[in-house]
Write a protein that binds this ligand. Structure first.
Ligand code: F6R
Length: 240
């Protein structure tokens, strides 16, 4: 795993954005895997700026997001589809029909998940995947457990994640308790992975990511078997 330590959130965001921009420049028809949450907001802001300045072109790009709450409507401001429109898709010249987020409204969520993996395969797989990391080491919504599911699946959120994500909702009771998420196999099939982490709260997770152990009780540690992962973190996440 390559590690890039930046001085602060702004630098981390710009370093990550440069990698995504370079990929979009080199491969105008690339398939990008995207994440939501507070961590990638600065990176998306920078990509929007570069696109507005005419430095990058998203017209041929396809995207697949990691996850979505279930059930949730795409019009709900807390949905990940809404987040992606607000933070990236509405501000760049991407063809929205090429942007994919698992449907939080699917009547058959298991079929939605199987279909999502088929769509990723049909697009040729994910070239560059952006990830954040949960306080408990989750990746996507692959929560710590003795056994993890390989492909995209329906999952129950842990109390720790419901608590952490309640900051985005009016009350804790409004946080959906389930989600649709890419599995660790889907994620590990991405050709390149960029993982962002900032802030002291993420230090324990980053520390375990950089030791020499792997455990499904800390799903991020599975990234250690991938040959092309770049961790970009700020000094707080790196040093605690
Ligand atoms: C988001 C996702 C999650 C977040 C993680 C960190 O699509 O899959 O795994 O990356 O929960 O969230 P933040 O960035 O809000 O700390």
């Amino acid at each position: 795993m390559r590690v890039i330590v930046c001085e602060n959130y702004e630098e981390m965001s710009k370093a990550g954005a440069r990698i995504f921009a370079a990929h979009v420049l080199l491969y105008p028809e690339a398939v990008l895997g995207l994440a939501t949450g507070s961590t990638p907001v600065g990176l998306y802001r920078e990509l929007c700026r570069m696109c507005k300045a005419g430095e990058i072109d998203f017209s041929g790009i396809t995207t697949f997001n990691l996850d979505e709450y279930y059930p949730i409507s795409p019009e709900n401001p807390q949905s990940y589809r809404y987040f992606m429109n607000e933070n990236l898709f509405d501000h760049v010249n991407i063809d929205k029909s090429r942007t994919h987020v698992p449907s939080g409204m699917a009547t058959d969520p298991a079929a939605e998940c199987a279909g999502y993996d088929r769509q990723i395969r049909a697009a040729g797989g994910i070239d560059l995947q952006l990830l954040g990391i949960g306080l408990n080491g989750h990746i996507g919504f692959n929560e710590p457990d003795g056994i993890l599911t390989t492909g995209t699946h329906v999952t129950a959120l842990t109390e720790s994640t419901i608590e952490a994500n309640s900051r985005f909702f009016d009350s804790r009771e409004e946080v959906p308790t389930r989600a649709l998420t890419m599995g660790m196999e889907t994620i590990l099939h991405a050709r390149k992975i960029v993982l962002l982490a900032n802030g002291t709260a993420k230090h324990p997770a980053v520390k375990q990511l950089l030791d020499n152990t792997i455990t499904t009780h800390m799903p991020a540690t599975l990234l250690k078997v991938h040959p092309d992962v770049t961790l970009i973190c700020d000094r707080e996440a790196y040093e605690g």
